[in-house]
Design a protein around this ligand. Sequence first.
Ligand SMILES: C[S@@+](CC[C@H](N)C(=O)[O-])C[C@H]1O[C@@H](n2cnc3c(N)ncnc32)[C@H](O)[C@@H]1O
Length: 226
Amino acid sequence: MKQKIEILEQYNDKLSAIYDEATSDRDHPWVAPRKIEELTAPYAKQGCEVLDIGIGTGRSSKPLFKKGCKITGIDISKEMIAEAASKFPEWKIHKQNIEEGFSFLEDKRFDIIIASGALEFVSDIKKVLKNISELLKPSGKICFTYEKLLEESRLQKWKEAELGKGIANPIPELLSFLVYRHTKEEITKIMNDLNLEVLQDEEFTAYHKTVDNIPVIYGIVLAEKK
Ligand SMILES: C[S@@+](CC[C@H](N)C(=O)[O-])C[C@H]1O[C@@H](n2cnc3c(N)ncnc32)[C@H](O)[C@@H]1O
């Protein structure tokens, strides 16, 4: 199924104003940026070039910035970008749908590329990961999360489904864009095909849905360009 890009964009534009508060909620925190920070910490050196795919309000890049990394970001939502830019004017952020490639980055290459909570919205994760891997310097690291396909789950049993499926019925228009899920085996095969060496591969609870407190399970991968 094809992603409904306009609805995805509108949803994130609306979300941007409350994103930081909502994702810091003590009962329902968004854990992915902390996991990205944990796995990339050994490689985050002063002056290293970082690309954040789906940068949002900047939560996933902030720890790397604090360690002296230079941040470039990409996001489809102009309002998310405006939030990030207001807090971090030093960052260079591009408005782009990551499914459409990265030619606007020209010859720029990165030491670390992160994608925290973004790749679940792309219909062809292999193509996007291939394009991302081409932006890495030799021995560069990629660290990304993905939403797991889980047969037993009330929410995550569909390979592709609207964000609201399993919770809301009928699904409101604003939640009708798609989430794409993957097994660990699918992601491992993609890494092998792209010649990326997996250094770490974990599963974690990324957040809980506010409705019925359902846990949402993600995978996180740290890999190196060979
Ligand atoms: C869940 S937020 C994560 C933000 C941040 N990385 C974090 O961890 O807090 C997902 C972000 O990815 C962006 N996004 C989703 N699909 C995208 C696409 N196809 N191209 C570019 N950005 C996208 C959204 O606009 C949103 O800002």
